[in-house]
Design a binder for this molecule. Sequence first.
Ligand code: PRX
Length: 653
Amino acid sequence: MSRNIESHLSEDREFKPSKDFARKARISSMAQYKRMHKESIEKPHLFWAREAKELDWSKKWDKVLEWNAPDAKWFVGGKLNVCENCVDRHAEGSRKNKAAIIWEGELGEKRTLTYQQLQKEVSRFANVLESQGIKSKDRVIIYMPMTPEASIAMLACARIGAVHSVIFGGFSADSIVDRLEDSQASAVITADGGYRRGKVVPLKENVDAALKKYKKCRTVIVHQRTGEKVSMKKGRDYWWHQETEKVSSIHKAKAFDSEHPLFILYTSGSTGKPKGILHTSGGYLTGTYSTCKYIFDMNDDDVYWCTADVGWITGHSYIVYGPLANGVTQVMYEGAPNYPDFGRFWKMIEEYGVTIFYTAPTAIRAFIKAGDQFPQKYDLSSLRLLGTVGEPINPEAWMWFHDKIGGGRCPIVDTWWQTETGAIMISPLPGCTPTKPGTATLPFFGVDAAIVDENGKECKANEGGRLVIRKPWPSMLRNIYRDKARFRKTYWSDYSGIYTAGDGARTDKKGNFWIVGRLDDVLNVSGHRLGTAEIESALVAHPTVAEAAVVGKPHEIKGQAVIAFVSLKAGIQGDSSLETELRNHVGKIIGSIAKPDEVHLSPMLPKTRSGKIMRRLLKEIVTTGNISGNITTLDDPTVIKQLIKTVTKKSKS
Ligand code: PRX
């Protein structure tokens, strides 16, 4: 019996960048990519030193890398200030009056901050933090809506050497307590509230509830966003606008060691306590700077928009640090993609002339489901490059994005990476890499990615296995905060000195990486290990299907049965004949081995707040008929009841 993951999807459509795009891009031929990639793997110190030199260092490093697996130190002995690199060096140069952030609130308010204005705001806030006694290496929780103040708070922490830990604004008070306790934070930066689908999210109230349980927080700074009445505890809680008025807009930044901790970001493991992923300064900034430059091919006349939330790693690396280090103009949006309707993103792209647009497959599927009439209403001709991140993109969603949003002319960079990797690891370079729907294509410079079997032997082309990274890279995580043992065990214990990503994948004959999904999402059907992502992609390729989630259920004979949950496109009514059609459709595309044993039609699927389908919950429902586990990260808990009803009704009938 094969213990490796099998892959049955094949994709023949290939798209090359246009000559015009290639001509203007930094990397414009595969020969150039291959030459640079080879050098970056054979002589990483040369490649990364060249990249790091484009940043401002107050003291140059003595050594590019010190590697005692799994402990890496990058740019050893170097000193820099991350915030100065993102803000001051543009504000004090020719970009001073260039827009850094063009912000739109959910209700339609607009604000633009130039690099010079951003420098003043960040400096004021750094002065406020220092006046509150917050020092280098102190941990500061940031729990804010998507306003420029969220970025300003992060940058101000970086400026004074404090370690920020951003908590996504959709998390509950209990999640805040866990993170406060684990990080032992001494301050919280929050807002009175934020807007989401027209409703107010009570952020300060959640912080108050959390601080009833965690007593070591000395300072809470509250940005006034909604004007809702909130309680302010004397001697602990301060208004952002009042405090910033008391201080100067000049703040002299100090340089910190390249390995100075920059932030902790909590990522939920599939079970158990969240992991506090620790990133440091010089290497992280070099990685995010360099990937933005080559993968998004950022230029001075670009208008870039990443639709993630600053509460996720994508927001850290590709809203705050990477784009600002490149001095680009970016759009930032506070609210939901479907507020007031599914045209919001397209309307904003038209209004601001967005040229580079980076979003998630889950959002794309929601747009497909809503219908083409929304993007059709707007002029999207300013776009030149599209990107996706977060999960494998179903080929049909890729094609829709390419045709309906990119007008068939924009390359798509499908970027594979993780909270732990800090920056993009596998992705096309838009001016040279031929793309195929569903693959993140080739490793970025300096990334030595491979697929290996359980003994660590490299798999052949088209043989499924585990995705590993064999060499250290600058933006890699340095630890799970205060838990070295868990860090070693989770990422470094499968193969000596090699990073295990926890994803199943294969490469094709051209070396393209196809991510099959998380290893814990792999099914074992009659001895075949099948990735749920492939079966889901096959389902989404059916014209009636908007979204699909596949899980396994114990099966006496096969080991696991394939159970599919499917939500249909707007206006389509499903019945049992459609269920049969979908089963046969998967059989046709992948093979009868992958044919779902059951298909459940469900208008909604359970998702985390970052849009990832929580297969763990579906698995529990199909196995036990109920949910006993933790559902605090679930976006909409009402989905559960409805799913249990659907599944139990079916098993009775
Ligand atoms: O399974 C992979 C999937 O998302 C995981 C990382 O999740 P997180 O740490 O939340 O970071 C998300 C944003 C970087 C990976 O292990 N993933 C991410 N991007 C892709 C992907 N799977 C396939 N293709 C991608 N482009």
